[in-house]
Ligand binder design. Structure first.
Ligand code: AMP
Length: 114
């Protein structure tokens, strides 16, 4: 499937609260936040799932994770802590079939997740 809500967001068809954007990624606030800050980071080069990254060029994957770290630093400048979550597939709780990293923080987070 390549017409998910995140494809439409990237195409500019659905407005979002953009947090950061560069050539590789778009970061925007989650519409249903689970923490004081909850931002989603999506790569502009489409992947449906995290599991696809094992067959992608490592430079591409590396740039994605570097960008997630950069966005997290904007959200948490004092490095108090946050969580990066990537849900993969139905058992992993992935609802949108477009690779995305959640960055959650701004409070003490509990562990383990449900
Ligand atoms: P996941 O369960 O990992 O696939 O996460 C999908 C996330 O996308 C959920 O946290 C939703 O709240 C979020 N979401 C869905 N639609 C939008 C939207 N239009 N703008 C921002 N976040 C969204």
């Amino acid at each position: 499937m390549s017409n998910t809500i995140f494809d439409k967001i990237l195409a500019g068809d659905i407005p979002v609260d953009s947090v950061y954007e560069d050539d590789d990624i778009l970061a925007f606030s989650d519409i249903n936040p689970k923490a004081p800050f909850h931002v989603l980071v999506i790569p502009k080069k489409r992947a449906s799932r995290f599991s696809e990254l094992s067959s992608r060029p490592v430079e591409e994957t590396g740039r994605f994770f570097a960008a997630v770290s950069k966005v997290a630093a904007l959200l948490d400048p004092n490095d108090n802590g946050y969580r990066v979550v990537i849900n993969n597939g139905s058992d992993g709780g992935q609802e949108v079939e477009y690779l995305h990293a959640h960055i959650l923080g701004g409070r003490k987070l509990t562990w383990p997740p449900g």
